[in-house]
Design a protein around this ligand. Structure first.
Ligand SMILES: [Fe+2]
Length: 286
């Protein structure tokens, strides 16, 4: 398969139209550097890819193989693409029952902060490493995160479950079991007790950034009783407590790996080997 075919498969899935969101969905994902016609024989996949991984991939090169270095977290112009991806949150929050006006006010403010942030960043750094070492590189962020969210949503459609039973089930996901075994990390309840009913759960694992504090109260008003996410600041946890929302901290790297594996199964089925690097936990579900 050539780079263009692999990129299409990773971004759009085998059906060619795998996406729940339309606005900004792909802005943080795509080919950062490479030749679309190049035949790819291996994918070296990592969660965070920087100069170390690009140099490692270069050292790993053989004459017989043409590698694609794949990063989950976006780099270069795809990092700035988060600015567009957060528009996905408007759709996501609308689907949770929040009001459009409130969502727009908060997301617009967040976008202004992000514009200031990314204008201060050196976005060509990683791409220039790739160019110098002729390393083909791609990022796959929100499409993979969305697969992980859909997986978690489908596991917990039943709102009668307790927080304890949800945690136990999440920690049985193969990526989570491996992460606990080797790193000791696992998903945990940060607020609420194991016997509490979870009620309506919001899995905040896509959309490019964590949920702004200003929206917790609206989330509670819309009937959400539990929020589960990969990152919480202290102020997120305090705000959730004030709003009476249970908090589940998900194992970030395990859940990122889950989303990547769900996307990578399409290329595994085409016989392309996946070599893990940079914390990625490879699990083959084909
Ligand atoms: Fe992540």
């Amino acid at each position: 398969m050539n780079l263009a075919e692999i990129s299409t498969l990773l971004l759009h899935g085998e059906s060619g139209h795998r996406n729940s969101f339309t606005d900004g969905y792909f802005f943080d994902s795509g080919i950062l550097y490479g030749n679309l016609d190049a035949e790819i024989s291996r994918i070296i996949c990592g969660i965070d890819v920087g100069a170390e991984e690009i140099i490692t991939t270069d050292r790993f090169k053989t004459n017989a193989c043409s590698d694609l270095l794949l990063s989950h977290h976006p780099e270069g112009r795809f990092a700035r693409g988060i600015l567009n991806v957060i528009d996905c949150q408007r759709t996501l929050l609308l689907s949770m029952g929040l009001q459009q006006k409130k969502i727009d006010a908060v997301i617009d403010k967040l976008k202004t902060e992000l514009i200031a942030h990314y204008n201060s960043c050196n976005l060509l750094r990683i791409e220039s490493f790739c160019e110098m070492l002729e390393t083909q590189m791609m990022c796959l962020h929100t499409p993979a995160d969305t697969l992980a969210k859909e997986y978690l949503d489908s596991l917990f459609e039943n709102h009668d479950l307790t927080l304890g039973s949800i945690i136990s089930r999440i920690n049985l996901i193969p990526e989570c079991k491996i992460s606990e075994k080797f790193c000791g990390t696992k998903s945990e309840i940060l607020f609420g007790s194991g016997d509490d009913k979870a009620g309506k759960i919001f899995f905040m694992v896509t959309g490019g950034t964590s949920l702004p504090n200003e929206l917790y109260e609206n989330l509670s008003d819309s009937g959400v009783e539990t929020i589960a996410a990969q990152y919480f600041s202290n102020s997120d946890i305090e705000t959730a407590k004030k709003c009476g929302i249970n908090v589940i901290s998900l194992d970030h790297i395990a859940i990122d790996s889950l989303g990547m594996n769900l996307a990578l199964d399409a290329v595994r089925r085409k016989g392309i080997p996946i070599i893990p690097i940079s914390g990625f936990i490879s699990v083959d579900r084909t």
